[in-house]
Design a protein around this ligand. Structure first.
Ligand SMILES: [Fe+2]
Ligand SMILES: [Fe+2]
Length: 499
């Protein structure tokens, strides 16, 4: 038996090692292609029509492309290494997509910066776009470092190609871009919707326009038109960055199935087609999901997790119930279809809501965390009611696995929160008439969490005993106020003495 386990472990680690090697190879290939592509674009964009053919024949561009690729490659590798260093504790959703996300952000920004920088003015290069994308999709600290490195890379290649007469203009644009980007990244926290963020862009654009004006004043105080023009173009650059950010961000959210505060705020809207479908086809489940959403938000806040993400995960966790809504007690109006089928069929109908929900959420391209939480929110727990019902029909010992959810167990703290709030909400609703004291209610919540822990459901997520205690306290305080009409404590002081 031990030998079989060892073999399985070896096969698993070999598989994991192979997958890691494959991902590293893909990431390296992306970096090489990106570096060469940027170098090619920079080199050919700066050759005019007459000398392209001559330069190609002389082999001049190819040598310069190799050198430019190396410079860009070193800068990009440093940026990626720093990103992995900062995000080493992040979950696999983020780390698995770091290189493609950052490469796409850098490539788009570099191209646009080159187009606007060469056709309008160097000050208009919308370099803040990349740092904003990286800050919101990857990490704010990485966003700031990306901005510094990308700006250096862009203006360095620009000087290499155009010569040092552009050095002052490049330096002024570089400083302005860095200052504006850092302020914009700080505003990302404050402005939770796209309109507020656009307004913030205008404010930052006006304020930072002073920077190139001061630099140009130092260069030549008499050249008033150049001073004013640098300020104007710098303002345009920030507004352009924000406008492009609003266009590119939804595309990247969709392409990489990533969550951002903007995306999560939109998914909370009851106008979302999936939530509308849930409300129409499974109204009982819809109400349950809304209550779980409020509880999950409070619990996430209490243990320092992303409250918006917890709320969205809760709203969509049972969306798979729309397929056979009448098989779930909260949607039944008198008739119970389980009375007409054997327990094995009942269990199959019930457990399928996690896989069905996962499939629906993936199809609609919701963020991966939301789909994964829908799959994990029951872990590998058994559907006891139908297990016991089936056991009544046979004397053989039934296989518990066949009456259990397929898993996996919760892999994140938020998935664990959804598992707990889901169970506690349903139990509080069902047992509210029988709970007559805060002590009894605390015992109910405590037992439900302990039961899940006893079934080893939290062994694959980083949740701690301290987190579980905080979640218990949060639920004990929050739920009675939500069900105040039903959970009516008996005010007998002797009963409450332990509360
Ligand atoms: Fe569920
Ligand atoms: Fe649920």
């Amino acid at each position: 038996m031990d030998r079989i386990r060892k073999k399985e472990r070896f096969r698993f680690s070999a598989f994991a090692g192979g997958a890691r090697f494959k991902r590293a190879a893909i990431n390296t290939a992306i970096l090489v292609v990106l570096s060469v592509a940027l170098a090619v674009v920079v080199r050919f964009a700066t050759l005019n029509d007459e000398n392209v053919a001559d330069a190609v024949l002389r082999g001049e561009p190819s040598l310069q492309i190799v050198v430019l690729s190396l410079i860009i490659g070193v800068i990009m590798s440093t940026l990626i290494a720093y990103t992995f260093y900062v995000k080493r504790d992040a979950d696999r959703h983020v780390t698995g997509k770091l290189v493609p996300v950052m490469s796409v952000a850098v490539f788009i920004t570099f191209l646009l910066a080159l187009v606007f920088g060469t056709t309008v003015s160097l000050y208009v290069s919308p370099l803040a776009l990349c740092s904003l994308l990286v800050a919101i999709l990857v990490d704010k600290r990485v966003g700031i470092v990306t901005n510094i490195l990308l700006s250096q890379m862009f203006f360095l290649t620009y000087i290499l190609v155009y010569g040092s007469e552009k050095a002052v203009e490049s330096s002024a644009a570089l400083v302005t871009s860095m200052v504006a980007s850092i302020f914009m990244i700080m505003f990302l926290d404050k402005a939770h919707n796209r309109i507020k963020f656009t307004v913030a862009g205008f404010v930052v654009g006006i304020c930072t326009a002073v920077v190139p004006m001061l630099i140009n004043y130092l260069v030549d105080a008499n050249d008033v038109s150049q001073i004013l023009l640098s300020g104007l173009w710098s303002f345009v650059s920030i507004v352009l960055s924000v406008a492009l950010f609003m266009i590119v961000l939804p595309l990247m959210e969709y392409l990489f199935r990533l969550n951002t505060p903007f995306r999560l705020a939109e998914l909370c809207s009851l106008e979302n087609p999936l939530l509308k479908k849930l409300a129409n086809e499974a109204p009982g489940t819809f109400n349950h999901s809304m209550v779980v959403g409020n509880l999950a938000e409070l619990c996430a806040d209490a243990i320092g997790e992303n409250t918006q993400l917890a709320k969205v995960c809760a709203y969509y966790h049972d969306v798979g119930k729309t397929k056979n809504a009448q098989y779930f007690i909260e949607n039944q109006k008198g008739y119970n279809p389980h009375d007409d089928v054997i327990p094995e069929v009942s269990v199959a109908m019930i457990v399928s809501h996690v896989t069905e929900g996962y499939r629906m959420l993936k199809k609609e391209r919701l963020p991966d965390e939301v789909a994964d939480t829908a799959l994990q929110h029951h872990g590998t727990t058994p559907v006891n009611f139908f297990l016991y019902k089936a056991q009544n029909f046979t004397e053989d010992n039934l296989d518990k696995k066949e009456f259990s959810y397929p898993g996996p167990k919760p892999r994140t703290k938020i998935a664990a929160i959804i598992m707990i709030t889901d169970t506690v909400e349903a139990a509080s609703r069902a047992l509210s008439e029988k709970i007559n004291s805060p002590t009894a209610f605390r015992k109910l919540v405590h037992d439900m969490i302990a039961q899940k822990a006893g079934m080893d459901q939290f062994s694959e997520c980083p949740i701690t005993y301290k987190d579980l205690a905080v979640i218990e306290d949060t639920l004990v305080q929050a739920i009675p106020s939500m069900y105040h009409a039903r959970i009516q404590y008996n005010n007998n002081p002797r009963q409450d003495k332990d509360a």
